[in-house]
Design a protein. Structure first.
Length: 247
């Protein structure tokens, strides 16, 4: 997967994320050199966020810290390519089953490149019990999808379960609309800091902020810290569940 995500933009071919054919696809770029550079940079930095190359199955198993865990990525039209694909790649490489959900099934576009992502299931087709964690990438998508009642309801219900919720850049906008940030420390892109503070959160200008079940980051440069924290919290969640229920 890491090798694919590093190379797919230049090839202009379909990208299958962690065996889920068609989850993320990159269209041909032709002569649009500016968009190709943007996409290539995004995929190279996504690769850098997960620098562990897997040369054999034993090594894969060794790094599969999240094997069996289920993660929903909630996004839509106008997503940010790297903030979406990098967490998908990182978590998939560690054994998690990643499902992209949104307003409805179909293909949505990144606002900052020719990258396209396939929405596998609508929020109406899933329940909070289907997943162990929720990721909210940034871009223009958060402001778009929070206009949809079903998205806001799902995000709010999921947050209130206490399961991990991770949001980067504009991602917290969905949680603002869901009304769940009151009393939480959070970060985000600075342009929406006033919005999250207006929702009752305390804004911190740090690369990653964890407060209880909430994980937030500011920008694409923060992705390595962001995905590492998601992994850490999910491992903690698994250990706590094992201690509580045994096995």
């Amino acid at each position: 997967m890491t090798r694919n995500i590093r190379n797919f933009a230049a090839a202009g071919l379909t990208l299958a994320v962690a065996g889920a054919s068609g989850v993320a696809i990159a269209g041909p770029y032709g002569d649009r050199a500016d968009q190709q550079r943007t996409a290539q940079q995004a995929t190279e930095r996504a690769y850098a966020a997960d620098h562990h190359d897997r040369h054999d199955q034993a090594e894969k198993d060794e790094h599969a810290t999240l094997k069996g865990m289920r993660v929903a990525v909630l996004t839509g039209e106008g997503l940010h390519d790297m903030e979406t694909l990098a967490p998908m790649a990182y978590l998939s490489n560690r054994g998690a089953k990643v499902t992209v959900i949104g307003i409805e099934r179909g293909v949505v576009d990144a606002y900052n490149s020719d990258i396209k992502v396939r929405i596998e299931k609508s929020v109406e087709e899933v329940t909070v019990g289907d997943f162990d964690a929720l990721v909210l990438p940034g871009g223009q998508a958060p402001d778009n999808i929070r206009q949809h009642e079903g998205v806001v309801r799902f995000a709010g219900d999921f947050f209130r379960t206490g399961k991990p919720v991770a949001a980067i850049c504009h991602g917290p906008q969905v949680l603002v609309t869901a009304g769940v940030l009151d009393g939480f420390e959070t970060t985000c892109i600075s342009s929406i800091a006033d919005e999250v503070e207006g929702a009752g959160a305390r804004y911190k200008d740090e690369e990653v902020v964890r407060d209880r079940n909430l994980i937030t980051s500011r920008l694409p440069d923060d992705i390595p810290a962001f995905v590492a924290m998601i992994e850490e919290v999910l491992v903690e969640t698994r250990v706590a569940a094992t201690d509580r229920y045994g096995g």
